[in-house]
Design a protein around this ligand. Structure first.
Ligand SMILES: [Zn+2]
Length: 477
């Protein structure tokens, strides 16, 4: 939901909120499912067993269409290809992609409008912001077909976990679906269109976790969709109060899944965790099958390359920069886009027999969990949306050394205004409550960590679990 809707939503009674969410769910259903989804899903069910050669041949066909379109209708690519003396006939397979340069986030930021196709229907496009794991967020566009392909890959992953759309499940996600001041249950809402229980990240505490579990049990929830950090907080709190809730599977995405997180989540929900990895830029999608030995790359979605510092492909088993070409976005083609993460192709294929290659060691964000004075533990997805939609922010870092205070460091351009600061402050207060002092610091540039990673959330406050405590997630980095 967009900002104004959230404001209206906060003021209406809970049954009306449920109806708004179900209405919103129905709209998303129409966008994401339908005959094209059914067609793709049945193709994906078959193509996952294709050989590497068959998959490459499928990719080549789609790549040729994309390249021709980019040359004819995307000013940026027309110029890049013309400058290099290339025509669409020169780029026919994955191996020909080296003729084109790697596209960096900086390139996208500088050429955003020239990367848009002149034939796209601009008002119908979806705009999404990159997560900023390696720098400031960038708005990228995609058309409706990408929404459907992405959804088909997502639900293929869920089928690998033995879960089908339509079965009851819970989501512990980013939207503040229960206003923060609410101090009594229900700390959840019901999206009837999806059979989905939406759980509030902002109210999950040691003294409320049993109520969450009881509601999930009452509804007959079979799976949980969330982020590694959120799943971790949930499972640790369940451990503190001695709860277990058997599910079919837990699905995580968007953050690295640490062993310590997987272990406790699998223990408390008595089922395997299926982790997936994708980006807002929609250039690649990958997820675990039931062997859990890495992420299968959904080759039908995009062409994934792993490159060394000289833009040469790395050998299997060696870490490289993830560079990917989305094969379905004709509105804003991103060709050889540098995602900003690193990974290695697994040397041996998966024993499941699928032809989709395996990625291992995917290295993305390394963010801590915030600790609030009322004892709440807020994983980054629960509050990073507070920064969304404010122009002029180049970099963000949220730093905490004590529960009572949070420092927001930002590198901004002239576009950033004091009104935006107030907007962010209000958004954060809505999530943190009034007891947390929010300090803004403006800097020219936020340095990377000693390991070269850009860290968005750094907290040195230990995580308290009942009478015990552990250090925050990345304090050893
Ligand atoms: Zn497999």
């Amino acid at each position: 939901m967009s900002g104004w809707r959230e404001k209206v939503y906060d003021r209406v009674p809970i049954p009306v909120q449920n109806r708004i969410l179900s209405w919103h769910g129905r709209r998303m259903l129409r966008e994401r499912f339908g005959p094209e989804y059914d067609r793709l899903m049945s193709f994906f069910e078959e193509s996952q067993w294709y050989s590497r050669e068959e998959l490459k041949s499928y990719q080549a066909k789609r790549l040729q269409r994309l390249i021709r379109h980019a040359y004819e209708a995307v000013p940026y690519y027309h110029d890049v290809m013309t400058d290099r003396g290339l025509t669409p006939a020169d780029i026919r397979t994955e191996d020909d992609l080296v003729k084109l340069p790697v596209l960096t986030k900086h390139d996208v930021r500088e050429n955003r409008s020239r990367l848009l196709s002149t034939t796209c229907d601009r008002p119908s496009l979806r705009e999404a912001y990159t997560s900023g794991s390696t720098g400031p967020p960038i708005g990228v566009f995609w058309d409706s077909s990408v929404t459907v392909v992405n959804n088909a890959c997502l639900w293929r992953c869920r089928r690998w976990g033995g879960f089908e759309f339509g079965r009851p499940y819970a989501g512990l996600l980013v939207h503040p679906i229960v206003p923060e001041p609410q101090s009594r249950p229900p700390y959840w809402r019901w999206n009837e269109s999806w059979n989905q229980l939406l759980l509030s990240s902002l109210h999950l505490r040691e003294d409320t976790v049993a109520e969450y579990v009881a509601e999930m049990r009452r509804v007959g929830v079979e799976a949980l969709e969330t982020y590694p950090s959120s799943a971790y907080v949930f499972a640790k709190l369940m451990e503190v109060v001695g709860e277990r809730l058997p599910l079919t599977c837990v699905f995580t995405t968007s953050e690295p899944l640490l062993d310590v997180q997987r272990e406790i989540v699998e223990d408390r929900f008595c089922c395997p965790v299926f982790d997936a990895y994708s980006q807002a830029e929609r250039v690649m999608f990958s997820g675990e099958c039931d062997r859990h030995v890495g992420h299968h790359v959904h080759e039908e979605y995009g062409i994934t390359e792993l490159l060394d510092e000289h833009d040469e492909p790395v050998a299997s088993g060696t870490m490289g920069r993830v560079v990917a070409t989305g094969l379905h976005n004709f509105a804003m083609p991103l060709i050889r886009y540098e995602v900003g993460d690193a990974a290695a192709f697994r040397v041996s294929p998966c024993e499941c027999g699928r032809g989709l290659r395996l990625l291992e060691g995917v290295s993305t964000k390394a963010d801590d969990i915030l600790v609030l004075p009322d004892g709440r533990l807020l994983p980054p997805p629960a509050f990073m949306r507070a920064f969304k939609g404010f122009p002029g922010i180049e970099q963000i870092q949220v730093v905490q050394s004590e529960p009572q205070s949070v420092t927001v460091r930002m590198a901004c351009t002239n576009e950033f205004s004091s009104g935006s600061e107030q907007g962010i402050r209000d958004n954060l207060r809505m999530r943190f409550g009034d007891e947390v002092e929010i300090i803004f610091e403006y800097v020219d540039m936020i340095p990377r960590s000693s390991r070269g990673k850009f860290r968005t959330v750094i907290s040195t406050v230990p995580l308290s679990w009942g009478n015990a405590s552990t250090s925050n997630l990345y304090q050893s980095d």
